[in-house]
Design a protein around this ligand. Structure first.
Ligand SMILES: Cc1ncc(COP(=O)(O)O)c(C=O)c1O
Length: 380
């Protein structure tokens, strides 16, 4: 099946009891057994639930994987991956990560004896300096949050293919409509399904997808043992969201392209970060591994001050000032004080997350209204 058809049909079947075309929300904690251990495939809803199972199958199919596992949030999914490790193991991650991922690594897992290296992976071979026998996990986000840097997934996977390490890609920003990391050599794809997969800012959820059966069984074991699972209502919402992923992503990308062009010529704007721009440092790799460039965009101001950024974010009317991204409505945020506040100022500025940096999650409204809104806010 083509991606668009999979988004709508993969993993879902009309309900056998009623014929309902939409997967029912099985709001139940347990399932009656015919006799001890004899049941219809479901025993207790932490372990498995039919609504969640349909979503997990759908996710596996749309990422070209074989197994999907859902979690109560994106961070709970990342937490599951880290629980595959043991003290003494080392992790290499790109240095421009979602702040919450960085916080989980450095403030929760570092104290359990796991060592983290944060490396600029714009040039994949930078990784080699940090690889050793203890390297068990390579964590990459591409495009990155908030600077939209791109990591060459295939290039990196070739470099580390002889190491006994897992390559995990956070595919939240690109979604499987624009990029499929498992096809490029990744072992696990991770999602904050809270974002584009859900797509309507009404659910918090995470997911992992992989191809290898042993790896999947280890993930399911942690999922069941820890219990950080989503409820069936949330699974229903994400299943429904995915059905329109392709249509939404197309409009997100079209709008982002026009907004990037508008911002690039604006006299008050300094840098514009969007991988579709030819001026973007990793444009060539983005073009190779993605089918379009996504709806996330960041920009900095000529007056590089927090107050200048604050002035813009408080004067928009169509964009809403809020954390998160990937919904149908446009959001604006200030990474230095919001999503990336967990990263020390010095580190943050070295990466380019300066005080005037503004991040946009471009929605699917009419682009003229979005541009007019930004134009007015920038004038203020
Ligand atoms: C790229 C990325 N990964 C992971 C997460 C964490 O996901 P969640 O908020 O669903 O826990 C986020 C949240 O913003 C994110 O942007």
């Amino acid at each position: 099946m083509e991606q668009e058809t999979k988004f709508i049909h993969a993993g879902v079947q009309p309900d056998t009891a009623t014929g309902a075309i939409m997967t029912p929300i099985y709001q139940t904690s347990t399932f009656v057994q015919d006799s001890i251990g004899v049941h219809k495939g479901y025993a207790y809803a932490r372990t498995s639930n039919p609504t969640r199972a349909a979503l997990e199958k759908n996710l596996a199919a749309i990422e070209n994987g074989s197994y999907g596992a859902c979690f109560g949030s994106g961070l709970a999914a990342i937490d599951c991956v880290l629980k595959l490790l043991k003290p003494g193991d080392e992790v290499i991650a790109n240095d421009d990560l979602y702040g919450g991922t960085y916080r989980l690594f450095t403030s929760v897992y570092a104290k359990y004896g796991i060592k983290f290296h944060f490396v600029d992976l714009a040039e994949p071979k930078n990784i080699l300096k940090y690889c050793n026998d203890n390297t068990k996990l390579i964590w990459i986000e591409t495009p990155t949050n908030p600077l939209l840097n791109i990591v060459d997934i295939k290039g990196l996977s070739m470099l580390v293919k002889d190491l006994e390490t897992l390559l995990v890609v956070d595919n939240t920003f690109a979604t499987p409509y624009l990029q499929r990391p498992l096809d490029l050599g990744a072992d696990i794809v991770m999602h904050s399904a809270t974002k584009y997969l859900g797509g309507h800012s009404d659910v918090v959820m995470g997911a992992l997808i992989c191809k290898d059966e042993t790896l999947a069984n280890n993930i399911y074991k942690i999922q069941n043992s820890v219990g950080a699972i989503p409820g069936p209502m949330d699974c229903f919402l994400v299943l429904r969201g995915i059905k329109t992923l392709h249509l939404r992503m197309e409009r997100h990308c079209e709008n982002a392209k026009e907004i990037a062009a508008f911002l690039q010529q604006h006299p008050k704007v300094d840098q514009v970060y969007w991988p579709g721009l030819e001026s973007h440092a990793n444009h060539a790799i983005a073009k190779k591994q993605m089918s379009d460039f996504g709806g996330m965009l960041s920009f900095s101001l000529i007056v590089n001050q927090k107050e200048a950024a604050e002035n813009v974010v408080k004067n928009v009317k169509v964009f809403a000032l809020a954390e998160s991204l990937g919904g149908v409505e446009s959001l604006i945020g200030h990474p230095a004080t919001m999503t990336h506040a967990a990263i020390p100022k010095e580190e943050r500025e070295k990466l380019g997350i300066v005080d005037s940096l503004i991040r946009l999650s471009i929605g699917i409204e009419h682009v003229n209204d979005l541009i007019a809104d930004l134009a007015l806010a920038l004038e203020s």
